[in-house]
Write a protein that binds this ligand. Sequence first.
Ligand SMILES: [Zn+2]
Ligand SMILES: [Zn+2]
Ligand SMILES: [Zn+2]
Length: 140
Amino acid sequence: MARGNRTLSLQKHERLTKGSQKVLEALANVKNLSTAQDIHGLLRESEDSPPGLTTVYRSLESLVGLGLVQAVEFGDGEKRFELVEPGEHHHHLVCERCRESIHLDQCMVEEIESAIRAKYGFETRAHILELFGVCKKCHS
Ligand SMILES: [Zn+2]
Ligand SMILES: [Zn+2]
Ligand SMILES: [Zn+2]
């Protein structure tokens, strides 16, 4: 995903609250998935009047609702966030040794969803999928 596109999509959302804008900017500058605490920490370093942790949580929630940010659960009780192209999502391979995560560029769940629809007549609205294991670097 190119940085240029991200900057463009950020500019389209000038009507966001100040807090949300700052959270978006912070997320645009980090490479890794960040927790609300991480983002709060970053803003405290870079801003003269950083938003409080509650504002950061609230901003993240509304950005997720707008489809600009994706929330990821790694099963450790803490949500992590990252910037995505508006309305898009992706899944991760999480290494349990080095905790690094690989971003999958393709959602393979759609095939499963259509199989489910055919077999159970069930219309899926959302799905969560992260895969846990050991990455190439750690098992070689
Ligand atoms: Zn690893
Ligand atoms: Zn990702
Ligand atoms: Zn998916």
